[in-house]
Design a protein around this ligand. Sequence first.
Ligand code: GDD
Ligand code: MN
Length: 381
Amino acid sequence: MTQAALLDRARIIPVPPLSTVPELTVVVPTYDERANIRPLVQRLAEALHGVAWEVIFVDDDSPDGTAAEVRAVARDTPQVRLHHRIGRRGLSGACIEGVLSSVAPLVAVMDADLQHDETLLPRMVQAMADDVGLDLVIGSRHLDGGTVGEGLHGLRRWGSDRAGGLARRVLHIDATDPMSGFFMVRRAAFNGVVLDLQRQGFKILADMLSASGGRWRVRELPYTFRPRVAGQSKLDSAVTLEFLGLLVARLTGGLLPIRFILFLMVGLTGVVVQLGAVRAALALGAGFGVAQAAGVGVAMTTNFLLNNSLTWRDRRLTGRALLRGLVSFYAVCGLGAVANIGVADRVFALVPNWALASLAGAGIGALWNFWASLMVTWRAK
Ligand code: GDD
Ligand code: MN
């Protein structure tokens, strides 16, 4: 039977095969970037003429319909692929999944908003081809010849510089721009560190550099960071705290994940809130017992709200789920307090040192509260 007859039988529409297996995958994380998809694909096609490339958009089910737009563009551009995630949020996690879903030996990561200069990509490929020992090429805004241009203003620019300096010192990174969201990595190198990477947060490059323990050969190429074309930046104040969490996570060798560090930070604010609320209640004439109870209630509530918008912002509860979550959080913290007191009691019976006993109780209470919140209040869908 001829091929045509076979196809006819199977009712398959013949499609010309992709001419080549991709040499380069460009991973583009997206959240509400609908208007940027088509222009970006067009620019990639122009810049990567002569390279066997593909682009994988990793979309977290954006409300603006970015995924549908990617599907539409893919109908006439076979290099376009979509990795559509539901029930998940987060830039670093999206990048990691995008890289893992490609089979190409070279993988680049860039923003969807046209801030990163796509004409750097062929030069990154060339750098990798010229030096087979090279593991990573970074698009740098801080190298001679590169600038932040009009891409960042005022406070953002100042914060980005401080964070870069901190990452370099604390994580012992040499690169001039460890905060860059624009880089190309060799598959083998990436696979060597992937188990070590934090999925929460924005700063996957700094995390990778730190995880590589200085063993990677790295090159930087300068470029000018352009202003965002359409849509808004998703970088907010929570990103800064996540970054501090990343530093601590790295310093503890990954023992404490970012989420737990954020949970502890929120817990510390709870102590301050509680003291303030008790003082206010006393000033209003309440007796100590009532004031203390009110303080605990207020602190639990602010802790819940802060954890909801920071620690578990990728699973943020809203509407009715927010109320249900609050009630379950009160229950979790109530049991945590029982555990706290019980453990402190036992320890005090063994070693009569009140500070040690009290700290032991607080430690167990915090671990319980974290674990139970994770499993109950903000459990993954
Ligand atoms: N899938 C997914 N999920 N994508 C996300 C998420 C998310 O939760 N949050 C942001 N993105 C996507 C955006 O749609 C965009 O394509 C890219 O990640 C970067 O987000 P922006 O909102 O554009 O961040 P920025 O421009 O302020 O900062 C970027 O550039 C800096 C300089 O290179 C980031 O890449 C920073 O990490 C980087 O320092
Ligand atoms: Mn951007």
